[in-house]
Design a protein around this ligand. Structure first.
Ligand code: ATP
Ligand code: MG
Length: 661
């Protein structure tokens, strides 16, 4: 760090008063060992130093942490503002620097929004919110496609202390309604429509359906993106441009106590009813600022591209707050990652000279399908000409070693570090990841390496006992960390129950992991995805890893179905790589069985293997094993509102009927 002695003191950390000295202080340097040592010696002073050096504070904090288990308040008494840290702080040095380079799905439209533009836009829109009666602490629902106004709306909320609750714009009316109503939002910000694979998505129509009869919503602000014909219902609905046109220019950022709520974000719903994860301000921002710097180390020459939709936590932390707090240039892409073809991502990287690419294993597996084995690779949509890249990252699911290697070799040409970052909506930012900006990590494909400095994790058995090195168990976090959720919105009891009950005093994320002899963490999938076959616990992630390591398999999902004799019987779904003929599917299925028997063991012999064209996924790209399980037993699939494309259900159901063993 640039100033190793500044930590701990509570009287000098108001750097806004001092005129802002953070620009040189944020550069992390490459002193990973020093950081780890000071974090181990005294985690609270360590985080205090990150907060002081990384953020701008109006008033210094008096206490680093108030820990009223399991409720944490970080940097108590300090006042700060997320929008100020993302936008205002750059106005002296970076007003002309591009903050967001946006590209429309059709590729014909591009916009560059500088830090100076952002400063103008957020102030105007903050005044719009005020004119609609929004006050500090009020919730505002934002449901917009991937356009820069989505970031502007969030920052404008943060500027005046309103709590944003962003809902991914692909959700169904019922899911939107549930979230709007749970958060108690009186204002909803949306658009006439958005584009997805060249088609207009009727967003306003969906919002109207979602809000019908929901009297609590007083205002709907409508951004015109597609400019197609929509119904406006006055006086509730108003156009974004009209409101902004009439709004005054200046709106100062309000100093907010560090624990002031910044946002509610509902978890993706892979496993059922969504939870309203509530994040605060100072702690969350400190965590995101620090981890963004340690992982990506982005500087003025970087162009950063994170493919996540802002509707997911990755978009909040590492599309909006992280990169903006660091004053770097990001690429924001509006549409489907494979539209109009599988080389869309590669084209964006080339055209914008992207240096850092952060995406998901799911997207990588999809892209890998088009980079067939052998001769002529790359000609049909595989990666090429990506010379500007220097760093690659993934998040969201375990990345199997084959995909990791493909990413490293084919996308990064063997020269870019690959960082597998483990974290959750609830953790706010990365908890486990290689951190190439501060230390070199010898890569182990498939492992997320070590916890970030200041975060202490462990792996325990079901009773909470420590387990031998290399053994699989439940991941826990031993101490509070600044990015941790404050609670679940309006439901402290569910917060305690969901995360703190299983291992009293420890945070329980619900993932399986093992820690090897070098201290590397291997994430082994969700604990709720573990199968119990003839008394043995087998992780779906482990089996899927084995299936995907078959040359002809692009993707796989494994689930368990009830079995009278063995408890559960394993069902494998496999998506072949492009170019594998249908006539070869039976052979592929029997090869998969052989492979599992030899690599995992005969105990894991699948009861059925289905070769399917694709898998049911949430819009954040996660496989919905719950649905596959229902399909495999021929049952009803239940709630499918978080599904990316509902057609896949009928497709798989037909296939299962025709292949029933
Ligand atoms: P829900 O909680 O509603 O089921 P979700 O857990 O999918 O939704 P997120 O918070 O977006 O919602 O995802 C966090 C989860 O994603 C983690 O608990 C873990 O299971 C998985 N995950 C994220 N990153 C990684 C990673 N690098 N390696 C392995 N798993 C990961
Ligand atoms: Mg989760």
């Amino acid at each position: 760090m640039s100033d190793a002695d500044s930590g701990g003191s509570s009287s000098s950390n108001s750097n806004i008063e001092r005129g802002g000295d953070s620009d040189e202080a944020v550069a992390a340097g490459r002193d990973g060992r020093g950081l780890r040592e000071s974090a181990e010696a005294d985690p609270e002073s360590f985080w205090a130093r990150q907060a002081e050096e990384g953020l701008e504070w109006f008033e210094p904090f008096d206490a680093v942490l108030e820990w009223d288990r399991p409720f944490a308040r970080w940097f108590v008494g300090g006042t700060t503002n997320a929008c100020y840290n993302a936008v205002d702080r750059h106005q002296h040095e970076r007003a002309d620097k591009p903050a967001i380079i946006w590209e429309a799905e059709d590729g014909n439209q591009r916009r560059t929004i500088s830090y100076g533009d952002l400063f103008v836009d957020v102030q105007r829109f903050a005044n719009v919110l005020k004119s609609l009666g929004v006050r500090s602490g009020d919730r505002v629902t934002i449901c917009l496609p991937m356009v820069p106004e989505l970031a502007v709306a969030m920052l404008a909320c943060a500027r005046i202390g309103a709590v944003h609750t962003v809902i991914f714009s692909g959700f169904s009316a019922a899911s939107i309604r549930e979230r709007v109503s749970d958060s108690g939002s009186q204002v909803v910000i949306t658009a006439d429509g958005g584009y997805r694979r060249g088609r207009v998505i009727e967003l306003k129509k969906t919002i109207d359906e979602a809000l019908s009869g929901l009297g609590s919503v007083r205002h709907v602000v409508v951004l015109q993106r597609t400019r197609h014909e929509i119904a406006m219902s006055g006086p509730r609905d108003k156009f974004w441009d009209d409101l902004v046109g009439a709004a005054p220019d200046a709106c100062p950022a309000v100093p907010l106590e560090s624990s002031h709520p910044l946002f509610i974000l509902y978890t993706s719903g892979t496993t059922g009813k969504p939870k309203g994860v509530l994040h605060g301000t100072g702690g969350y921002l400190t965590h995101v600022h620090s981890t963004f710097g340690w992982a990506f180390g982005a500087g003025d020459n970087d162009v950063y591209f994170c493919t996540a939709d802002i509707g997911w936590v990755t978009g909040h932390s590492y599309v909006v707050y992280g990169p903006l707090m660091h004053g770097i240039t990001s690429v924001m892409y509006e549409g489907a990652p494979d539209h109009p073809g599988p080389s869309r991502m590669w084209q964006l990287i080339r055209d914008h000279a992207v240096t850092i690419f952060y995406t998901t294993p799911t997207l990588l597996r999809m892209l890998m399908r088009f980079d067939g084995p052998g001769e002529g690779r790359g000609r049909h949509g595989g990666p090429s000409g990506l010379d500007t890249l220097r760093l690659l990252g993934t998040v969201g699911e375990p990345i199997n070693p084959e995909v990791w290697r493909w990413y490293h070799e084919r996308v990064g040409r063997g020269r870019c570090p690959v960082i597998d970052t483990w974290w959750q909506t609830e953790t706010g930012g990365m908890l486990i990841s290689p951190l190439p900006a501060i230390e070199d990590t010898i890569p182990k494909p498939g492992s997320a390496a070590r916890p970030v400095p200041g975060v202490e994790i462990d792996v325990l058995d079901d009773e909470g006992n420590p387990i031998p090195v290399g053994t699989k168990g439940q991941l826990v976090v031993r101490k509070p960390w600044p990015g941790m959720l404050m609670t679940l919105w309006g439901d402290d009891a569910r917060y305690k129950e969901a995360y703190w009950k299983r291992y009293p005093g420890l945070y329980h994320p619900g993932d399986y992991a093992r820690i090897d002899e070098d201290g590397y963490v291997w994430l082994l999938g969700r604990a709720d995805d573990v199968l119990k076959v003839a008394g043995h616990r087998i992780g779906t992630a482990e089996l899927e890893g084995c299936v995907v390591s078959h040359d002809a398999v692009a993707e796989s999902a494994v689930c368990g179905v009830p079995d009278e004799v063995r408890g559960q019987s394993i069902v494998v779904f496999a998506v072949p790589r492009s170019g594998v003929p249908e006539a070869g599917h039976d052979r592929l299925a029997s090869e998969i069985v052989k492979k599992i028997r030899s690599e995992v063991g005969s105990i894991a012999t699948p009861g059925a293997v289905y070769v399917v064209p694709r898998l049911p996924k949430t819009r954040s790209g996660k496989i919905m094993r719950r649905l596959l399980k229902s399909l495999a037993v021929g049952g009803e699939v239940g709630d499918t509102s978080t599904l990316e494309d509902a057609d896949v259900i009928g497709e798989i159901r037909r296939l299962l009927l025709s292949q029933k063993p």
